[in-house]
Ligand binder design. Structure first.
Ligand SMILES: [Zn+2]
Length: 383
């Protein structure tokens, strides 16, 4: 991130880059980065990481226990009024130090439409609204919306509990969400949730959605969290797993990847090099933006800046479409052409006997768009 910001001038910050959302534990250790963001006039939001406090596993993570508002034990359904006040006040005071654009109010997982968890959610948000402007400097309030599967399908259970408290927006973060693997059904529920938020006049910041943010933007999301090629999904339960189980699963080691706008996903750097060196495919993927224009190797050698200019370009193409209908057309066109390119590339890869690109999410995303936007024609694939 420092690297990306290093070359920016305050008067040259792309409009598509709306700001930065940082984990509280990260913000606490990166004062220079925060200063740089302020210098560039980029709004800052701090994720208080409070969802982690619902499970004792957080006690094993020092970055979390060192947060000044970390509770001494997991916060469960017997949470007291004093615990809520301590959590909320601590999290808001902590964020205030960084002069954020809004306070991100801490939340605990909301996994049942009714019952204690739902009541706690309401009480936390009432408390934050009360403290804002009295115990801490007044700032707009952003509520984290962390629905479990059942609540994702009953949005009013959550949104109704924020009603009339003066919240400015929600940060949407389902407890389990992986846009590249989730079903059409689940992706459609997410969109329905987002549309219900509009009825409460709550703009949606979509958390950790990867390129699925592009269809969301066309469907009315206010902004989405791009995740710098990481965190294109979220799983609270995997964050809560024992560290040993987790490292076994990921196999350890950092995997380098390269963003492919055509596929709306990042692929391993080794696959990217192979595609970009295959004569019959190369022309499909060559990037004409930024440094990549002069040096196609920059696509994998400077993968983060390639990701950033690609993403800015994608977001602009949607934001610049004047009507919602045209925004939807733009995304649908991107998806249709992505599917065609993936199929064509895979025919070449298959013939060469090498592993193919898994881009099935593009078909699911197109199906979701067709379902929620009620379109049956015009976005059909050629085949
Ligand atoms: Zn590029």
């Amino acid at each position: 991130m420092e690297e990306l910001l290093a070359n920016l001038r305050p008067d040259r910050v792309p409009a598509a880059m709306g700001g930065a959302i940082l984990d509280a534990s990260y913000a606490a250790t990166e004062p220079d980065l925060i200063a740089r963001l302020h210098q560039l006039n980029l709004p800052i939001l701090i994720d208080p990481q409070s969802l982690r406090f619902a499970h004792p596993r957080f006690l094993a993570t020092r970055a979390l226990t060192e947060l000044p508002y970390a509770p001494p034990a997991a916060l469960e359904s017997d949470i007291s009024r004093a615990d809520i006040q301590r959590l909320v006040l601590g999290a808001l005071k902590f964020q205030d130090r960084f002069a954020p654009a809004m306070y991100v109010v801490p939340a605990l997982p909301f996994d049942k439409p009714l019952g204690v968890g739902a009541e706690i959610y309401r009480r936390i948000h009432e408390t934050a609204a009360e403290f804002n402007g009295s115990e801490v400097r007044r700032r707009p309030l952003l509520a984290i919306a962390p629905p479990g599967t059942q609540v994702l399908r009953s949005p009013y259970a959550l949104l109704g509990r924020l009603a009339n408290l003066g919240y400015s927006a929600i940060y949407m973060q389902p407890l389990e969400f992986d846009p590249r693997r989730d079903s059409v059904e689940r992706l459609a529920s997410y969109i329905t949730f987002m549309r219900c938020a509009a009825e409460y006049e709550l703009p949606v910041f979509a958390g950790r959605v990867g390129a699925f943010g592009l269809p969301l933007l066309a469907l009315g999301a206010h902004a989405f969290d791009s995740g710098l090629m990481q965190r294109e999904g979220f799983s609270l339960s995997s964050l809560q797993r024992t560290p040993s189980a987790k490292s076994k699963k990921s196999g350890g080691g950092r995997r380098r990847s390269v963003y492919f706008p055509l596929f709306m996903m990042s692929i391993p750097a080794s696959d990217a090099r192979r595609l970009l060196r295959t004569r019959s495919l190369k022309s499909r993927f060559v990037c004409n933006l930024g440094k990549c224009r002069f040096d196609h190797q920059a696509q994998w050698e400077e993968a983060k800046s390639h990701f950033m200019h690609s993403r800015i370009h994608e977001v602009n193409s949607i934001k610049n479409a004047p009507t919602q209908e045209m925004k939807l057309e733009t995304v649908a066109r991107l998806l249709v052409s992505g599917i065609e390119h993936a199929d064509a590339s895979n025919r070449v890869l298959e013939a060469a006997g090498v592993p193919t690109i898994k881009a099935e999410h593009l078909r699911r995303w197109l199906a979701v768009l067709q379902r929620v936007a009620g379109r049956r024609h015009g976005w059909k694939l050629a085949s």
